[in-house]
Design a protein around this ligand. Structure first.
Ligand SMILES: [Zn+2]
Length: 178
């Protein structure tokens, strides 16, 4: 279906036609998604059909395939935006890239106080896994000064229990401060 602008002057149609600037995050024959200039949330993306329809009921009757594409696009954009936000906040851009795995040999490293914040499994489950020699916990068995802290939630505690996680890390950082 060709886009039809039967509502001259409509702001959204002008955005779709690139007559009004917008930060486009997705564009296809049928739809355009762009960032709201007056966001009501950290991420606020509008997804709209290229063709003008007075409301979603009219769109559903006139062009159900485009409505389905809108719904699908909105879900995909939500995932992409979450991932972008996650990358920005949790995975800072590295200053340089390490090309070879470092080999740490100084035995003193095993005395460094280590705090294990257990979120996806309990500390007892982690300790048992260390004892059984699970590869993904490689090296943990050698550490001589480990404090285990339980924070039951998920493997993304920075989203599910951020304040408690921050408090634990802050307490650990302050504990040995001069
Ligand atoms: Zn319009």
């Amino acid at each position: 279906m060709q886009p039809v602008n039967d509502a001259p002057g409509c702001l959204f149609c002008r955005i779709a036609a690139s007559e009004v600037p917008a930060t486009i995050v997705r564009s296809s024959d049928r739809l355009v998604a762009f960032r709201d200039v007056n966001p009501q949330a950290p991420t606020h993306v509008l997804v709209m059909p290229r063709a003008h329809h007075p409301d979603v009921d009219a769109l559903a009757k006139a062009d159900p395939e485009t409505l389905a594409e809108l719904v699908r696009a909105a879900a995909e954009i939500a995932v992409e935006e979450q991932l972008d936000a996650f990358r920005q906040r949790a995975v800072p851009e590295p200053g340089g890239v390490l090309r070879e795995a470092p080999q740490l040999t100084n035995d003193a490293r095993l005395e460094v106080p280590t705090t294990a914040i257990c979120t996806g499994y309990t500390s007892d489950e982690y300790k048992a896994a260390v004892k059984e020699g699970y590869a993904w916990l490689g090296g943990c068995a050698e550490l001589r000064n480990v404090t285990w802290v339980d924070l039951p939630t998920s493997h993304w505690p920075m989203w599910s229990r951020p304040e408690e996680l921050a408090r634990i890390i802050g307490d650990v950082a302050n504990a040995d401060a001069p």
